[in-house]
Design a protein around this ligand. Structure first.
Ligand code: PLP
Length: 393
């Protein structure tokens, strides 16, 4: 008997980054040695203080429901941490802890977007932004960034995408997949724009700890007072502290907005796991240096990956300014190898040389591949050598 599913499912596709992971896993089970540039997660271990705190939490039977907004100590520690960094006042009740940044962004969409509303998304985009907008009944409208401009996020491009139906703008700096950033000089214009047009500004700063040049380090949180309650800041322990599996993210916004998102969350995940919240608090308080240490490791790998890619004929790769992804233009390589798209190239690379990448089609920018360099230098070298052989270099 044919099963009937809800019509909203026809609006979205399964995560293509997860599809690459499934293919890499299949090849591995079949005995192939896969070089996996697919994953969107750190290869570093979770810091020891976080692991120890989780073990202590289990031993102390801290294994029941917590407050739906997150444990008070963690909300307070996050409020303190970000108030200090942004020179803004932030109360613990303006912080919402959730089961990963993704879940909080989805709660925001459900709390803010009505049917027919438009949300501006900067492209290339993280795979879940447009899908979350669609699942909430809205329409994503794309503001492009350009490889020639280092994928810099420009207020002008966002302004050009606005219509009377726009209710929100989502920016993600540094960007997954491009590594582009919203530079300090663009922030003021974007803030004015959102204030003048009365738009929500959702700033996904999940990769905030991974910005390579200190001059590029600016957070929209520093402009919170100028946005008059329109800012929602979202981040997570996932990338900065190598804690993807623990599922702890957080959002900072005005009380009313946080309450609205909490209403959604209280009927969904309820809260992040109690044990994970204990681990996150320990990461913040006792492993404060871990993100900086990881950044230096990623910097060496970034340089190796980008230099190696640019040595391969038919590949052009700008230097990413943040996160841990290279996002090269591979149109020439695809054409030279008789393939008609970056998707076909990505499929050929995994099939013929067991190198997993994610095609730009997944991020709204065909002609490119995303390669994660959150992997060892030896694996980066081996993967690049295989791609170079494939390219006939
Ligand atoms: N935002 C961006 C741009 C991401 O790349 C990710 C994860 O890949 C997330 C949010 C969500 O992170 P998590 O839900 O693991 O905290």
């Amino acid at each position: 008997m044919a099963r009937r599913f809800a019509s909203r499912l026809s609006l979205v596709g399964a995560s293509q980054t997860m599809a690459v992971k499934a293919e890499a896993d299949r090849l591995r089970r079949a005995g192939r040695e896969v070089i996996d540039f697919g994953p969107g997660e750190p290869d570093q271990p979770t810091p020891e203080p976080a692991k120890a705190a989780a073990v202590r939490a289990i031993g102390a039977d801290f294994t029941h429901y917590t407050s739906a907004a997150g444990i008070h100590d963690l909300r307070e520690a996050l409020a303190r941490h970000y108030a200090e960094r942004s020179s803004q006042s932030i109360g613990a009740d303006e912080v919402l802890v959730g089961a990963g940044g993704k879940s909080l962004l989805f709660a925001a969409m459900l709390a803010l977007v009505n049917a027919g509303d438009e949300v501006v998304v900067v492209a290339p985009y993280w795979v879940s932004f447009p899908e979350q907008v669609r699942l909430a009944g809205g329409t994503p409208v794309f503001a492009r960034t350009r490889a020639e401009d280092g994928f810099t996020i420009r207020a002008e491009a966002i302004e050009a995408a606005l219509t009377p139906a726009s209710v929100a703008v989502i920016v993600n700096s540094p960007s997954n997949p491009s590594g582009g950033i919203l530079p300090p000089e663009e922030i003021a214009r974007l803030v004015e724009l959102c204030r003048d047009r009365d738009l929500w500004l959702i700033s996904d700063e999940t990769y905030e700890a991974l910005v390579y040049d200190p001059a590029d380090r600016a957070s929209l949180l520093e402009f919170r007072d100028r946005l008059g309650g329109r800012l929602l800041f979202v981040s997570a322990f996932s990338k900065s502290w190598a804690m993807t599996g623990w599922r702890v993210g957080y959002a900072i916004g005005d009380r009313e907005l946080i309450r609205a998102m909490l209403t959604v969350q209280s009927h969904d995940a309820t809260h992040a796991a109690s044990i994970s919240q204990s681990a996150a608090l320990a990461a913040l308080e006792r492993a404060a240096d871990a993100p900086r240490q990881m950044l230096e490791i990623y910097r060496c790998r970034r340089d190796r990956m980008v230099e190696g890619l640019n040595r391969i004929a038919g590949i052009r790769c700008p230097v990413p300014r943040g996160a841990f992804y290279a996002f090269p233009d591979v149109r020439e390589l695809a054409a030279r190898t008789g393939l008609d798209s970056s998707r076909a190239l990505s499929e050929a690379l995994v099939r013929e040389c067991a190198v997993a990448t994610v095609p730009g089609e997944a991020f709204g920018m065909p002609g490119h591949l995303r390669l994660s360099y959150a992997t060892s230098e030896a694996l980066i070298d081996e993967g690049l050598a295989r791609i170079a052989r494939f390219a006939g270099a």
